[in-house]
Design a protein. Structure first.
Lengths: 388, 391
């Protein structure tokens, strides 16, 4: 039985009972206003309300697109849609309501193990563990420190995480990097922690057709401090001193977008940078395949699944040493996120020596074959086995 | 009589500096690092091992003989960073029991791309051996024991009597490496084949606890040699085996000190040098090698240096500069960039397994090695074309 804030309408899994806690009939419309940063932002209507707990994007939100009009008029920025907030207005209460609802439903059921993912659900897990005397497994995909890059983390969320870490019988982390963080910052009991790396749906990426003769460098991720797009743009500036004919593609959306657009203008590289906003999931493999390299300059990254996705398409990867994924993959470049010169060195080299893309691409494709979800499932099952 | 021929390869590459696409006027070679590594290996290996060898010659007199091939790249660094090591090699040569072999000065793969370049580098090495040790080598060994019928012709045409290479099973078929062989046809060249099993017993397995023969004692090793078929056993290993690959605490030095004594307890075993071998024995058969073999890894081919497309691209780019450089110093630099190690660092074969190759690799990944090499090569190219190149 699987509780989620909202159940995707077309999602059915064999042997799994999916329970959406969002069976709310009422629709709400939210008008979201933002002060102008570069150009005037119009008032916008963002999607019908279903649940406010959709972590990073809401599929009902329209595709965002930011376009910089032209190099002649760097000050005009056309904005077609707005960045949507990650969370709802009153997150605290929303999460409380969700957890209470989960507990209410689950109390009537019988089960062997409770498995919670991240802080949003763990309070329900703790309560159920006590009420039903069942072991609690807590997977930490990211902490509040990660999501905020340690800039104004919310204390009450950290408290929830800490409680989950203390109460859980087993903690699963997605990397050793994350494991260490839980030990250092949350005083977690090392013996309770199991590392299970993330996986990807290999088939989705392996067949994306590589574009020939392109000169594009990709950033893909939420536009927040954590993901380090700021460093990507600074590296782009340096690259463009050596290689004129390159485009830098920024896929994703987030709070930082206006700031990043400004930065591109300040650096004088706005005509070489394209912000695509959110792109539908099925287009993501193509985004990798249309680029010469995927750069992941995260300041902090518990794992970094997109790194595996890029590798699966055979796109050379330049990954931050601070990403959990970099402790387990080999056929890529590893850089410090702040070392924009080194990042640029690698990007220029990939563009200049095409054989790199070929060799690294072939080898990375081979390497990620071992990162299927089946392996993750196996390891998770054997973790449950501890309580059998 | 069974002759035992010990030969040691002595080499240290000149490791490159970090060189990015933005680097300008950065020296290509990493002086500090090369110095540090050289001094360390001299302390751990060259000096103590040479001392043991001198001691053995002292004790056993004419009965103990060994041979070396020392690269020019090694010699240059040795003079700079450890002159006492140069002296100790000269002392060894002075005993008359120690022979030095020929090879390419730059420990390069020149034989794979240019006959002319190959000859130039071998001649430069001949001068070095003559200057240092007053010897004129009769036996040749190519970089990484790379060998083919073609290379044998080249080497014979330069006046050599013998060549050393790997006793590769694929070409030996059912035959034993413990005899002299010759190339097919009318060639008079004699081929000494490495007994890889007995060589690797010391070089790789000496301290391997998983090995059923662990621990390897001098007595046991001598008894294996005594039971070998054939009339010639060639034990060819890296000199750095002593104290660097196999650390002092493995007991490798005690082994080395004792083993020659234990060998000579068998009155039908003797130590010989490669030039004595070619004088003493006649070939028993032909060793026909149409494709290039080497002494590296399981494959024993060129794949450690020239397998993936990065390695080949880098090698081709380097080779393209042949004949275009007039400036003496730049020519020397270009040749230093031919040292096989630079291509070895770009090898992706075993990279994911994180094995033994990693220990010797100064780069984070083969891709970093490739970028760095290419960036330096581009810089050299720029100098060649910008006329910073007059003799």
């Amino acid at each position: 039985m699987f509780f989620m804030p909202k159940k995707p309408p077309k999602m059915y899994l064999e042997g799994v009972e999916l329970i959406g806690v969002d069976y709310v009939g009422k629709m709400r419309r939210i008008v979201h206003r933002r002060g102008p940063v570069v150009g005037p932002y119009p008032e916008h209507v963002v999607g019908p309300y279903i649940s406010q707990i959709g972590p990073y994007y809401n599929p009902n939100t329209r595709v965002l697109e930011y376009r910089i009009a032209s190099s002649e008029h760097p000050d005009t920025v056309e904005v077609e849609d707005l960045v949507k907030e990650n969370y709802g207005w009153d997150l605290f209460n929303e999460v409380m309501r969700y957890n209470q609802k989960c507990v209410k439903i689950a109390r009537k059921e019988s089960f062997d193990v409770i498995h919670c993912h991240d802080w949003i659900t763990v309070q329900a897990g703790i309560e159920l563990k006590k009420a039903k005397k069942r072991p609690l497994v807590f997977t930490v995909h990211s902490t509040e420190y990660d999501r905020t890059a340690s800039i104004y983390p919310m204390d009450w969320i950290i408290d929830v995480e800490k409680r989950g870490i203390d109460e859980a019988d087993v903690i699963i982390t997605v990397s050793n990097y994350m494991k260490q963080q839980l030990i250092d910052r949350y005083n977690a009991d090392e013996k309770k922690i199991v590392v299970i790396y993330n996986g990807i749906d290999l088939e989705k990426y392996a067949n994306a057709e590589k574009m020939i003769g392109k000169k594009n460098i990709l950033f893909l991720g939420r536009l927040t401090n954590q993901k380090g797009a700021y460093f990507f743009l600074h590296a782009a500036k340096i690259v463009l001193e050596k290689e004129k004919d390159v485009s830098f593609i920024i896929v994703g959306k987030g709070d930082q977008m206006p700031e990043l657009i400004n930065l591109a203008i300040e650096l004088g590289i706005h005509d070489k940078v394209r912000f695509t906003g959110y792109i539908p999931e099925e287009q993501i493999p193509l985004a990798y395949a249309h680029c010469n390299a995927y750069v992941m300059p995260s300041i902090t990254e518990p794992f970094g699944i997109t790194a595996l996705e890029a590798m699966a398409t055979g796109t050379p990867l330049i990954v931050s040493k601070n990403a959990g994924v970099s402790e387990t993959v080999k056929h890529c470049f590893k850089v410090d996120f702040w070392d924009t010169y080194e990042m640029a060195n690698k990007i220029v080299s990939i563009l200049r020596y095409p054989v790199l893309e070929k060799v690294m691409g072939e080898n990375s494709k081979k390497e990620v074959v071992s990162f299927g979800w089946d392996k993750v499932a196996e390891q998770t099952l054997s973790t449950y086995g501890r309580f059998a | 009589m069974t002759s035992i021929c010990f030969y040691f390869q002595v080499h240290q590459p000149m490791r490159l500096n970090k060189f990015s696409v933005f680097s300008e006027n950065v020296p290509y070679f990493n002086e500090a690092r090369n110095k540090e590594i050289f001094e360390r290996v001299a302390r751990k290996c060259y000096l103590p091992t040479n001392k043991i060898m001198l001691g053995l010659i002292d004790e056993l007199g004419k009965d103990f003989k060994i041979s070396y091939s020392m690269t020019g790249v090694f010699a240059e660094q040795c003079e700079k960073y450890s002159p006492e090591t140069v002296e100790s090699f000269k002392n060894l040569a002075d005993t008359g029991n120690v022979e030095f072999l020929s090879e390419t000065y730059y420990h390069s793969l020149a034989a794979l791309f240019s006959e002319r370049e190959f000859r130039d580098q071998v001649e430069k090495h001949q001068e070095l051996i003559n200057d240092y040790f007053g010897q004129k080598p009769k036996v040749f060994r190519n970089t990484e024991a790379m060998y083919s019928n073609h290379i044998s012709e080249l080497v014979e045409s330069m006046g050599y009597k013998g060549i050393i290479t790997e006793g590769h099973d694929y070409y030996l078929k059912w035959r034993s490496p413990n005899y002299l062989y010759k190339p097919p046809g009318n060639s008079k060249l004699k081929i000494l084949l490495r007994n890889y099993k007995l060589s690797d017993d010391i070089g790789f397995r000496f301290s391997a606890r998983w090995w059923e023969e662990y621990p390897l004692t001098a007595e046991k090793y001598a008894s294996w040699l005594s039971k070998c078929e054939g009339n010639l056993i060639n034990i060819f290993i890296d000199y750095e085996t002593f104290g660097e690959h196999q650390w002092q605490d493995t007991g490798i030095f005690e082994f080395l000190r004792k083993m020659p004594h234990d060998v000579l307890k068998y009155d039908y075993l003797e130590f010989v040098t490669p030039s004595e071998v070619v004088d003493k024995y006649e070939p028993v058969g032909e060793f026909d090698v149409p494709h290039i073999l080497s002494w590296a890894d399981v494959q024993r081919d060129t794949s450690a240096w020239l397998e993936n497309d990065m390695q080949r691209a880098a090698f081709e780019e380097m080779a393209k500069l042949e004949g275009k450089i007039d400036d003496k110093e730049l020519l020397h630099t270009w040749r230093l960039l031919q040292t096989s190690d630079h291509f070895y660092y770009m090898c992706t074969k075993w990279f994911a397994d994180g094995d033994v190759h990693k220990y010797f690799n100064p780069y984070d990944s083969p891709y970093d090695a490739f970028i760095n090499y290419m960036n330096i090569l581009q810089d050299v190219k720029k100098k060649v074309t910008s006329g910073n190149n007059e003799g």
